[in-house]
Design a protein around this ligand. Structure first.
Ligand SMILES: Nc1ncnc2c1ncn2[C@@H]1O[C@H](COP(=O)(O)OP(=O)(O)OP(=O)(O)O)[C@@H](O)[C@H]1O
Ligand SMILES: [Mg+2]
Length: 358
């Protein structure tokens, strides 16, 4: 198996040196000899190379994982959506979910894509016979009948998708309350949860609408490539429509830059454009392009368990930490609002986000 450290092509991890400045923890001191065998990506001996520093940060992040993060007062239902294909929705869903669970949260991943990629990445069987989210949406089965614990990550659960879901877009059309079937199922789920992360398919059909009705927060992964923002306007308009007619809580809370290659000017230009346009919704942490991240699903794992010391694992842990802390800040801001009104960003002009975006 090759090491990212030896790859010079476009799939290599970016040199993590400059990127480390983005991490909240900053460089840390590691005891002598510490870190041996931590990462397949970051081979010992630990030295002052950029890769070595990334591993040190990863070790620190993982060391902090057991400490836990503040848990949200109420379940945060987050919809990971972007109708553009292959931008990192599934990768982001499963790795953020695993990161949050490693921080001590109870997390449910709802796989809402007939491809079942999130189920695969979490090591959950999803052949045609398995009780799945299709049964919940179309057959009105309780969510608890299909939820499975994810092997190796305590507190992480998955409602799998099977290929049946491909027909659900059409079957849902004739059903009562077709847009709110997932919302009802999640509301009726009795197990305590801190987070529900919904992995959407690359379309804006009824499955994605069900997710947008069920959630309060939209998480948009944006791939740092040319055309990154193309089509985003349509997603933002759909979010606004669902908010106006079906789910007043809905807002875009998080934008995550994915597959960031710090060595290319294009990636930094796209990142700058996204940050200029969206501002505070964009997480400070961006996810590097990483071979380890792309390899993990073929082993039925997230990068957090596949290679916990890799720069990909580190960045998802850090992104999850940012997300968790922001959620707490937001709820505190609401709690102490002197007007007694809900004054988060989602109460601002709903058209502001999609202005200027195609
Ligand atoms: N940070 C990353 N570094 C390298 N490869 C990545 C990274 N993130 C995602 N990938 C790879 O890119 C491909 C697309 O990612 P993913 O499946 O998460 O996208 P998606 O938006 O869910 O796609 P779809 O629209 O088909 O559902 C996958 O092969 C995945 O392994
Ligand atoms: Mg996907």
């Amino acid at each position: 198996m090759r090491s990212d450290a030896n790859i010079a092509g476009p799939m290599a991890d970016p040199v993590p040196g400059p990127r480390t400045a983005e991490f909240a923890g900053g460089p840390i001191a590691v005891p002598p000899g510490f870190g041996d065998g931590v990462s397949r990506e970051t081979l010992p001996p630990m030295d002052d190379t950029p890769i070595g520093r990334a591993a040190q940060l990863a070790v620190e992040a993982l060391g902090r994982a057991g400490e836990g993060l503040p848990r949200p007062a109420q379940t945060r239902v987050m919809v990971v959506a972007n109708q553009k294909g292959g931008v990192g929705k599934t990768t982001t869903t499963v790795n953020l979910a695993a990161s949050l669970a490693l921080h001590g949260a109870r997390v449910l991943v709802v796989d809402l894509d007939p491809q079942g990629n999130a189920s695969t990445a979490l090591g959950i069987d999803h052949h045609a016979e398995v009780p799945s989210i299709y049964d919940v949406l179309v057959e009105s089965k309780p969510l608890s009948d299909v939820v499975m614990p994810v092997p190796d990550v305590e507190g992480l659960f998955c409602a799998p998708a099977t290929i049946d879901l491909a027909g659900a877009e059409i079957e849902l059309v004739s059903l009562v309350a077709r847009e709110s079937r997932l919302q009802r199922a999640i509301e009726a789920y009795e197990q305590p949860l801190d987070y529900v992360l919904i992995d959407c398919p690359p379309s804006l059909g009824l499955l994605t609408v069900n997710a947008l009705v069920a959630g309060a927060e939209v998480v948009i992964p944006i791939q740092c490539e040319y055309y990154a923002l193309e089509g985003l306007g349509q997603l933002l308009k759909n979010v606004e429509l669902v908010r106006a007619h079906l789910n007043p809580k809905l807002h875009v809370s998080t934008i995550l830059l994915t597959m960031y290659d710090g060595r290319t000017r294009l990636a930094s230009q796209v990142a700058e454009e996204v940050r200029t346009h969206f501002g505070k919704e964009v997480l400070r942490t961006s996810i590097p392009r990483s071979v380890r991240i792309s390899e993990a699903p073929s082993y039925g794992q997230t990068v957090l368990t596949y290679d916990p010391g890799s720069s990909g694992a580190l960045s998802y842990l850090e992104a999850a930490r940012e997300m968790a802390l922001r959620g707490v800040e937001a709820s505190v801001a609401v709690e102490y609002d002197p007007q007694g009104e809900y004054t988060q960003h989602d109460e601002q002009n709903p058209h502001s986000m999609s202005e200027g975006i195609q």
